[in-house]
Write a protein that binds this ligand. Sequence first.
Ligand code: FAD
Length: 342
Amino acid sequence: MKPTLVIGGGIVGLFTAYYLQKTGVEVAILDRTDLKDNCSTGNAGMITPSHIIPLAAPGMIRKGLMMVYQTEAVEKEEIELAHLAKKYQLEAEVLSAQEMQALEPNLKVKARGAVYFPGDAHLDPGVLYAYLKNYLQAKGVTFYADTQVNGFASSGGKISAVLTDQGTIEGSHFVLCGGAWTAELAKKLNFSLPLMGGKGYSFVQPNRPAIQIPTILTERKVAVSPYGDFVRFGGTLEVAGTNEQVNLNRVRGIFESIGQYYPDFQATFPEEDQIWKGLRPCSPDGLPYIGAAPGHQNVWVGAGHAMLGLTMAPATGRLLAELYHQKNTSLDIQGFEVGRYA
Ligand SMILES: Cc1cc2nc3c(=O)[nH]c(=O)nc-3n(C[C@H](O)[C@H](O)[C@H](O)COP(=O)(O)OP(=O)(O)OC[C@H]3O[C@@H](n4cnc5c(N)ncnc54)[C@H](O)[C@@H]3O)c2cc1C
């Protein structure tokens, strides 16, 4: 029996392989990189605002998430969002400046207040990624690193193989999890899958004085993810196609916001080789593509998760495995149709 080929070893590809393998499918993952750095390894690590019930994952810490704000206008928006969250049975607390500061005892937070989501969690995405990769390898999933998929071959009306820079690799089924590059793969299979790379950056700093609570600096859209001795600052969304160059002005914007909200924090502008970048795969309507590829019997897609790929990867993998086995899906997937722009 030929394996099912998952194209793209980001977090969505890995969780898809996880659920397929778990349900008895022989799986191989192909990635054009060495599988050490992609959009899934240096993101802010937040399992966020309670869109999905957090699963227990290696290294996951549940300290909640604080959305801090400095302006009255944003305060109003965030409080409205908190009310909306509560309507969907999510925990959300509006904190005064004093209550917010009590959660962050080591350093001043310059903000007029915050909305706190106690049910949210965060983790170090690089740790989760490496753990999951090792786990899958131990379970017998094959990894083809440094293998770029450039095309497909078909036989008997079905896709039968991928054409790569390392030669042809045959498969029985195919799942496209290529992040921002999935549009290019779809084009080769004659359907349209609009996606745009939304470039973001992050860098880590020694955590001095120590920030405790994962936070979004709301006006600046910067995510602050503390991990004990170090803290990661990340953000910005630069419409980038698939261009991966670092724009230092964008990084400076993230850096400057640190002092604006944490005036006592000891930050140093990162060296260029310490700056991480990632392309969020963004669809026009902000929803992911999860399901069968139009015009193909044995091809599925899991892509386009934009800012929430880490949060939604486990659910996506599970849904794709359910579709693969022709089971009812455990969530309603209306709205995620792969062919909605085809
Ligand atoms: C600054 C920043 C902060 C973020 N913070 C959070 C957060 O706190 N919480 C959250 O849930 N999400 C967050 N995200 C979003 C999250 O990182 C992404 O949604 C997620 O990583 C996308 O995963 P993916 O597997 O779809 O894509 P990727 O991780 O990009 O993986 C796609 C893989 O496919 C491979 N590939 C593509 N084309 C081919 C081909 N032709 N042949 C072979 N291989 C191919 C690529 O090499 C890549 O490894 C953040 C993103 C950024 C940029």
